[in-house]
Design a protein around this ligand. Structure first.
Ligand SMILES: C[S@@+](CC[C@H](N)C(=O)[O-])C[C@H]1O[C@@H](n2cnc3c(N)ncnc32)[C@H](O)[C@@H]1O
Length: 284
């Protein structure tokens, strides 16, 4: 199974949206990334892989934390997102300590030599594999003996209004979608705890722990709702659905999303969403 659909998506609309709204997304999502980093206990000279590194924000955060003897590699299938990652690397050179490199490629393929890494990290970058067991098996083989995998991913849509509130609002206007296949590649590809446990254990991992993490995501303090909405309406699955709809319906859907997202906004503190994640850790 290949990941062509995801390659098209992340080199197309989704990638462009993440590049355009990188600052807002980082404001929303930096805390789950930090919580995931705290899972790791790294050796000196650590070799770290950031899977699905996107625009490289987390890769660069690792590089600011680790010492100069360490290497951090970000891998991603998206050319536009990696282009921003390279720009951010140049712009932040003075704050980086560890060596950073970015690699364009499909992380489910054998891109790296076996036993290369002490740690494989990912913030929301490992839920998109067409064959997760095979992909995690390949990633596992690149870990050193006793190397650690740690990632953060979304729990179910029902527990994450950041996604569901705009989608439900859009669907009051737009035709219903076919039901999503459980475990299909996408933001909720690893939202089922038991399935994730099974996938990782089939891939050969040991000492698997999957812990819930609840946070409040917030962004846009001091910005007007109209200003924030111009960005929020272009992010996530509802944005794709609206963009692919006929203009008159799309306008109604935008208005419905505007009403609904307004419920998460307050002047002064911007938007706030309760969010639920899984923090996952395992050893080779
Ligand atoms: C939701 S974004 C997260 C990006 C980044 N980790 C962050 O948190 O800002 C998912 C990322 O996974 C990447 N991705 C999806 N499938 C991939 C694959 N098979 N190999 C490498 N990267 C992949 C996408 O291109 C995208 O950059």
């Amino acid at each position: 199974m290949d990941n062509q659909l995801q390659k098209d998506l992340w080199n197309g609309r989704a990638g462009a949206s993440w590049v355009r709204h990188n600052s807002l997304l980082e404001e929303l999502l930096s805390e789950p990334g930090r919580r995931c980093m705290a899972l790791f206990d790294l050796p000196s000279n650590a070799q770290v892989l950031d899977v699905g590194c996107g625009c490289g924000n987390q890769t660069l955060e690792w590089a600011a934390r680790l010492d100069p003897s360490c290497n951090i590699t970000g891998v991603d299938i998206s050319t536009p997102m990696l282009a921003l990652a390279e720009d951010l690397k140049s712009a932040n050179e003075s704050s980086l300590q560890a060596n950073v490199s970015f690699v364009l490629g499909d992380a489910s393929e054998a891109l790296f030599p076996e036993t290369s890494f002490d740690a494989i990290y990912s913030r929301f970058g490992v839920m998109f594999f067409a064959d997760p067991t095979a992909a995690f098996g390949t990633l596992r083989s690149t870990l050193k003996p006793d190397g650690q995998l740690g990632f953060v991913c979304w729990q179910s849509p029902a527990l994450n209004p950041f996604f569901t509130a705009p989608m439900q609002a859009a669907l009051t206007v737009l035709p219903p979608l076919p039901p999503a296949k459980p475990g299909a590649p996408g933001p909720f590809g690893l939202s089922d705890k038991e399935r994730t446990q099974h996938v990782l254990s089939e891939a050969g991992f040991a000492e698997i722990t999957i812990e819930p993490l609840q946070l409040e995501l917030s962004a846009g303090a001091g910005r007007s709702f109209d200003d924030l909405f111009q960005e929020l309406i272009q992010i996530g699955p509802a944005a794709t659905l609206i963009a692919e709809s006929e203009p008159p319906l799309a306008e109604h859907a935008r208005a419905a999303v505007y009403e609904r997202l307004g419920e998460f906004y307050s002047s002064g503190s911007g938007v706030r969403f309760e969010a639920n994640f899984w923090l996952v850790s395992a050893r080779r």
